[in-house]
Design a protein around this ligand. Structure first.
Ligand code: FES
Length: 110
């Protein structure tokens, strides 16, 4: 089974099983990794924001326009930011490494 590595806010690297066909958000939830994903993958929030390691970023399919629009709202946006719910695990992504952003914008408290 492919693996994924999450780098948590305190810098801890966690390598986890990453079943094919699950999104990065679903994989995070499966392993108790703290990514919110308030809209459960329907591209209506930006709380699933993750920062992809540069070498992996290039290998991902390009973000859709809707994803780009949502990402613009993400707090702490970087050049390799993506929405975790839009990245689906494939064999080619075995070893994918993503970092949790320092904070997410919680629209409820904005
Ligand atoms: S979970 Fe809301 S956009 Fe990804």
């Amino acid at each position: 089974m492919p693996k994924m590595i999450f780098i948590e806010r305190d810098g801890t690297r966690r390598e986890v099983d990453a079943p094919l066909g699950l999104s990065v958000l679903e994989i995070a939830h499966k392993h108790g990794i703290d990514i919110e994903g308030a809209c459960e993958g329907s591209l209506a929030c930006s709380t699933c924001h993750v920062i992809i390691e540069a070498e992996w970023y290039k290998r991902l399919n390009a973000a859709s326009e809707d994803e780009e629009d949502m990402l613009d709202l993400a707090f702490g946006l970087t050049r390799t930011s993506r929405l975790g719910c839009q990245i689906v695990m494939t064999e080619q992504l075995d070893g994918l490494t993503v970092k949790l952003p320092a904070a997410t914008r919680n629209m409820m408290n904005a």
